[in-house]
Structures are given as structure tokens and as C-alpha cells.
Design a protein. Structure first.
Length: 31
């Protein structure tokens, strides 16, 4: 993965809506 893509993904992950979805997803995996 290129460094630019990495930064872009990081920025996307930090948006509140996406962060909430990721958190829910992780909780489902751990459950």
C-alpha cells in the first residue's frame, strides 16, 4: 500500500460515521 493511500484511509477511518461502524464491527467480532 502506498503512503498516500494509507493517509487517505486513516482520514476516512477518523470520520465519526465510519468510526462508529468500525467500532460496531469490532464488537461483533469480539462478541
Amino acid at each position: 500500500m502506498k503512503f498516500g493511500e494509507r493517509i487517505m484511509l486513516d482520514r476516512i477511518y477518523k470520520t465519526p460515521a465510519v468510526a462508529r461502524v468500525i467500532k460496531n464491527f469490532k464488537q461483533k467480532l469480539l462478541a
